[in-house]
Design a protein around this ligand. Structure first.
Ligand code: CP
Length: 503
């Protein structure tokens, strides 16, 4: 019953049933609001509850609709709408700012922040529900809930729809989160249209395809729009572009015109998370009053949907919720013991074998062996070792790294390090010229605590230059794929360790 008490950081934590459950409560609340049925929506009643709105970035809709949602529920609000005038300007970390609102006994935090993963940091820091009101270019899940609500109102379903996403699909967190949410429902097709430099990240399109969602890339709105049930335009996020030339290229993004509206299917809906940049509008103002333009209704849906989420998080609607949040299975087994054939160590390989006792780490990724020797601190420990990238004796087409360490066995933490650096590696323990144990290593479920290993995403809250003191960690997504725990940046292990290789 209290599954949703943690707030909402990440759309991945919600199941389709959970989303539908939130939307159903939002529907009831919207009807009660329309009737001005105060007992029907003032779920906080006489409870003394306080919600902190902490906005490190500009906002009109998310901040005011969360505030209105809290007030309509009968809750009180506090916080700041800008870091101007706050002690953030004196250099205070996010963690210390959060500690204050925890100390003031707030009941929930709504956080908007420019760094990817900031909301997760907040959720780990305080023991109260946290809502991610947009973290950098990563996610904006409460926006997605109102977007889905609007689509459901329009079409009566969230499956088997053709949804077009356009504009800044690289930095646009609303587009990322909506695309991910739509993959949870069967039969949807994502149509994507963006300038080449603002394409949807491959991690999202790959995940969509892996989940069976068709992804179609377009270069012309004229051809794309007639196929759509919903068109979701997004603003070019110029404030997130490190290079001004990127914005110049981005200006090529398509504009939705009245002429395009005339070519749409029956039931078509035009959406935008807003704001529309009046200097570079993705939708022309002539569409504002068109019956197919949903964006004003969409923004209005921010109130009942955020009321529903606050009510569920604060236990004001416990009779409603069931199964809203996924439970994550975390049984880690990165080690498999292989059968050992009791043959003497082979002679004639490229490097001299261990003759007495020690460990042979084989099938490493080519050239990973010297980095591994450094991470295992072999020289600092005075270990005797040999490292090389060699041709496999059995299969000469295979090039692999090998590391042999005399008089040494690896601890479980060291084995996890080898597995993270080079999943697929084998570790042989040698005693008296015999292999006595052979282990196959797979990527561990989590990777953490490796010195100087940082997320390569420069916008990630865990990067040391942001000084938020967040320990980097990564979770397994596939046999050689990981995602940053904080910002979701998806990469293979070569990319993860590439910055260490350059040290
Ligand atoms: N859609 C949205 O996040 O709008 P604001 O930036 O105004 O909150």
């Amino acid at each position: 019953m209290a599954l949703f008490r943690r707030g909402l950081i990440d759309i991945h934590s919600l199941s389709p049933e959970g989303i539908l459950s939130i939307l159903e409560l939002a529907r009831r609340l919207k009807e009660a609001l329309a009737r001005r049925d105060i007992p029907g929506y003032k779920l906080g009643r006489d409870r003394d509850m306080l919600v902190a709105l902490l906005f490190y970035e500009n906002s009109t809709r998310t901040r005011s609709s969360f505030e209105i949602a809290a007030l309509r529920l009968g809750l009180q609000v506090t916080g700041f709408g800008s870091i101007e005038g706050s002690s953030v300007k004196k250099g205070e970390s996010l963690a210390h700012t959060l500690d204050m609102f925890d100390a003031y006994q707030c009941d929930a935090v709504i956080l908007r922040h420019p760094l990817d993963g900031a909301a997760k940091l907040a959720s780990n820091r305080v023991g109260i529900p946290v809502f991610n009101a947009g973290d950098g270019k990563r996610q904006h899940p409460t926006q997605t809930i109102l977007d889905l609500f609007t689509i459901l109102e329009r079409h009566g379903r969230l499956d088997h729809l053709h949804i077009g996403l356009s504009g800044d699909l690289k930095y646009g967190r609303t587009a990322h989160t909506l695309a991910l949410a739509l993959t949870l429902f069967p039969g949807n097709t994502l149509h994507l249209n963006a300038p080449a430099n603002l394409a949807m990240p491959a991690a999202i399109t790959d995940l969509a395809r892996a989940r069976g969602t068709e992804v179609v890339l377009h270069t012309s709105l004229e051809r794309m729009v007639p196929e759509l049930d919903i068109f979701y335009q997004t603003r070019i996020q110029r404030e997130r572009m490190p290079d001004p030339m990127e914005f110049e290229e981005a200006k090529k993004a398509g504009v939705f015109t009245l002429d395009l509206m005339d070519r749409t299917r029956p039931g078509f809906g035009l959406m935008h998370p807003l704001p529309i940049d009046k200097a570079l509008p993705g939708i022309l103002p002539e569409l504002d009053d068109h019956p197919g333009a949903l964006y004003k209704t969409q923004a209005g849906n921010g109130v009942p949907t955020r009321m529903a989420q606050l009510a569920l998080a604060l236990g004001l609607a416990d009779d409603h919720i069931a199964g809203a949040q996924r439970e994550i299975d975390s049984s880690d087994s990165f080690l498999t013991t292989l059968p050992v054939s009791r043959k003497p160590v082979r002679e004639g390989v490229s490097i001299r074998p261990i003759r007495d006792r020690g460990v042979v780490i084989d099938h490493l990724r080519p050239y990973a062996e010297s980095l591994l020797a450094r991470l295992l601190k072999l020289e600092e420990r005075g270990d005797i070792y040999r490292a090389a990238t060699v041709r496999s004796v059995k299969r000469p087409e295979n090039i692999k790294g090998m590391l042999m360490i005399e008089d040494r066995a690896l601890t479980e933490a060291e084995l996890a390090l080898v597995a993270a650096l080079s999943p697929g590696a084998r570790v042989n323990r040698i005693v008296n010229s015999q292999v006595i144990e052979k282990l196959a290593l797979a990527l561990p479920d989590t990777i953490a605590g490796i010195e100087s290993l940082h997320c390569p995403n420069s916008g990630c809250v865990s990067r040391p230059e942001h000084r938020e003191h967040v320990a980097p960690s990564f979770v397994k997504m596939g046999p050689d794929t990981v995602a940053c725990t904080w910002c979701d940046h998806v990469m293979n292990t070569r990319e993860l360790f590439s910055s260490l290789s350059r040290i």
